[in-house]
Design a binder for this molecule. Structure first.
Ligand code: GTP
Ligand code: MG
Length: 171
């Protein structure tokens, strides 16, 4: 098993392409109110969790909720791909603004496996180009997470590691 160690009061970014198992992982290891999902916020503001035109509004609200939680001393997980450096930069800035530690958990699952999983999902019928691009972005960013300001970084290197991961909260 792999220990995913996060500071008890942290802002946790899940990092992984679509289908890598972020939402499943978050449901298994964190409490329901600890996880803020970009899809859920997109759905709240637009009625459609896949409506990309709602992304800016969704993140504005997600970050507002995250900030309120962090100010109350509550660990918060952001369930979004975080494959783009700009998305991670904003999360690190939010953590700093609220005096908590930013943590990253990378779900590094092979693109082909994610594509196969997504093929079985009625709500994720985008082309292979989308996964390809996310995968390229993830590859480019993975080495620099500590340099970007993440104070704890855990990389889960396969679906098996994701499944076996245990959560450890450090005081
Ligand atoms: P997006 O929300 O699209 O970014 O994907 P995600 O990273 O949140 O993936 P999600 O947790 O929704 O998992 C994608 C699909 O893979 C779902 O149908 C899950 O049931 C399935 N899945 C997740 N984890 C596992 C796993 O460990 N093994 C297998 N076989 N399937 C899994
Ligand atoms: Mg998801």
């Amino acid at each position: 098993t792999v220990d995913v160690t996060v500071p008890a009061l942290s802002l946790v970014a899940l990092v992984g392409i679509s289908g890598s198992g972020k939402s499943t992982f978050a449901r298994r290891l964190f409490g329901p109110h600890e996880v803020l999902s970009s899809d859920a916020f997109r759905a709240m503001v637009s009625g459609d969790e896949n409506d990309q035109s709602a992304t800016a509004d969704a993140f504005e609200l997600l970050f507002a909720v995250a900030g309120k939680r962090l100010d109350r001393g509550l660990l918060t997980v952001v369930d979004a791909t975080h494959v783009q450096p700009e998305a991670r930069r904003k999360l690190v800035a939010l953590a700093r603004a609220h005096d908590v530690l930013p943590a990253a958990v990378v779900l590094d699952v092979p693109e082909a496996e994610c594509a196969a999983r997504n093929a079985a999902r009625p709500d994720r019928q985008f082309g292979r180009g989308v996964l390809r691009r996310q995968s390229d972005q993830l590859r480019r960013g993975m080495r620099s997470l500590a340099k970007e300001g993440f104070r704890s970084v855990t990389v889960l290197r396969s679906a098996a590691e994701v499944d076996a991961a245990r959560l450890v909260r450090t005081p």
